[in-house]
Ligand binder design. Structure first.
Ligand SMILES: [Zn+2]
Ligand SMILES: [Zn+2]
Length: 278
């Protein structure tokens, strides 16, 4: 298959997928109308949270004088970054609509505020969530590696159109990549898959803020020192992925990059060990 045809297939799938995800709401067995209300509310909330948050992060980044790739020679494609982020949030909302509808109908979901009602305690829940975070980080790394293969890169190439990104590009990924990233939202439909409300939204907020920082194009010295010590991704680390594309695939942490040798920065230096000793 020619490169042109391969890319056409990718573009076609990315075009049709959001339509199918939206149409799927009509198949809701109890309340398709309510599903569409929940979808609209979820998309609106995500747009305010993610695009609004990116605008704040971008304004803060403009004040910094530590631009990783030097002064811009042309304006950042903010409108395109924001459009692709809004499309990714459309996919995320189409997943969130299912547990939201279930909740609105009065059925149990996997989102639990009162742990005692399910016979759980905060310590057990925190340890279980930590396992989930480690598993999710592994998934994000290997998903990203998969998307850099010849067969799948067409679904990821849009994110690499932003070689010198702004926070608006933090979630600017295509529909197929959005499905691969946001599918865990559907786990909330399973009452036995308990997610503790404060911990869940705390972690989601932390991941969103981290993602803004990874794409802000500037560095903050204390953050660049602190995060690598816990093997978390940083702006300098992820910016290199946008500039070079063939290293630094970690999306939340850098553990798998270090384990698989896909980092340009040695573990001792990236974790601050060398810097601390020198
Ligand atoms: Zn990126
Ligand atoms: Zn990539």
């Amino acid at each position: 298959m020619s490169a042109l045809r391969t890319h056409s297939v990718h573009d076609l799938v990315d075009l049709v997928l959001p339509v199918l995800l939206l149409a799927a709401g009509a198949l809701h067995p109890e309340a398709p109308g309510l599903w569409y209300v929940c979808f609209g509310a979820a998309w609106a909330a995500l747009l305010v949270f993610i695009v609004g948050g990116a605008a704040v992060a971008h304004r803060l980044a403009l004040r910094a004088e530590t631009r990783i790739q030097g002064p811009r020679t042309k304006p950042a494609p903010i409108a395109r970054e924001a459009f692709e982020t809004a499309r990714a949030m459309f996919v995320a909302a189409s997943f969130a609509a299912w547990p939201l509808t279930q909740w609105q109908l009065g059925h149990d979901t996997g989102m639990v505020t009162d742990l005692a009602s399910r016979g759980l305690d905060p310590l057990t829940m925190t340890l279980a969530t930590l396992g989930g975070v480690i598993g999710m980080d592994a998934w994000l790394y290997w998903k990203h590696r998969l998307l850099h293969t010849r067969l799948f890169f067409g679904f990821h190439k849009g994110h690499h159109a932003f070689r010198d990104p702004t926070p608006f590009a933090g979630f600017a990924v295509g529909p197929v990549e959005s499905v691969l990233t946001f599918w865990p939202i559907l786990l909330l439909c399973i009452p036995a898959a308990v997610h503790w409300t404060p911990l869940y939204f705390g972690l989601v907020t932390g991941f969103v803020i981290l993602n803004f920082y990874l794409h802000c194009g500037v560095t903050m010295a204390w953050v660049e020192r602190l995060l690598p010590r816990a093997l978390f991704n940083t702006s300098a680390f992820h910016n290199l992925h946008h500039a070079k594309a063939n290293t630094h695939f970690g999306e939340a942490m850098t553990v798998w990059d270090h384990l698989c040798g896909t980092t340009d920065v040695p573990l001792r230096r990236s974790s601050g060990v060398v810097a601390r000793r020198s």
